[in-house]
Design a protein around this ligand. Sequence first.
Ligand SMILES: [Zn+2]
Length: 59
Amino acid sequence: MKDKEDIWLTCACGEKFLFSIRDQDFYESKGYLPPKRCKQCRILRQKEREKFGQIPSSN
Ligand SMILES: [Zn+2]
């Protein structure tokens, strides 16, 4: 089997991001698919999710 090496992926926003060997191992061990989003987009998406996850307060 071929040795792993760092891979550069392109996000949907056009940003290139590094998918390091360490990350590849992590994703593989979890059975995840390689990430499609750069760090920035993932943080944004996380924030969105937190927003939607909030229970609307009655006011
Ligand atoms: Zn992005």
